[in-house]
Design a protein around this ligand. Sequence first.
Ligand SMILES: [Zn+2]
Length: 185
Amino acid sequence: MVPTKEQLQAIESCDPQYDNQFYYGVKSTKIFCKPSCKSRMPRIENIEIVEDVRELIKRGYRPCKRCRPTDEKLPDVEWIEQVNNYIDTHYQEKLTLFSIAEDMHSSPYHLHRKFKEIKGNTIHAFLKERRMQEAITLLQTTQLDIATIGQKVGIENSSQFVRDFKKFCGQTPLQYRKEVKDENY
Ligand SMILES: [Zn+2]
């Protein structure tokens, strides 16, 4: 359900009087909360309201770790999986450890530690790898210029993109593209 004005106000002011009356899910992160949750106010178009959380869980939503809307603790492995999916679908945006932690309703310190513990890799390395894989695909399959590819993988500064790419692949993006082309002829 689309939120009413009253419900939006309850979410914005973290009003505990509305707890148990409704829950809200955030479409971009697939997390659901109680109205009183202290997490940052999501964008309005991302909010959906339900009275019964089972409906959200069925659709792949998971309870917020901060307000625990079902009173149960979400297992860390499931939570990190959710973080993983979030990065997979949002790597084109300007993500940082802080913004990811905020969106996943946790602290940067906790997120960093749990991610490393469960994935054996830092979140930073995971994000970079995801971006570079996409850059490789774009270099192979499109004629987009280097700056545009950098932007499409979430790195606005194109010299930064070139540096990151070189570190990852051992070649600049242009060298890489040329090599792929030469191999195909
Ligand atoms: Zn919450």
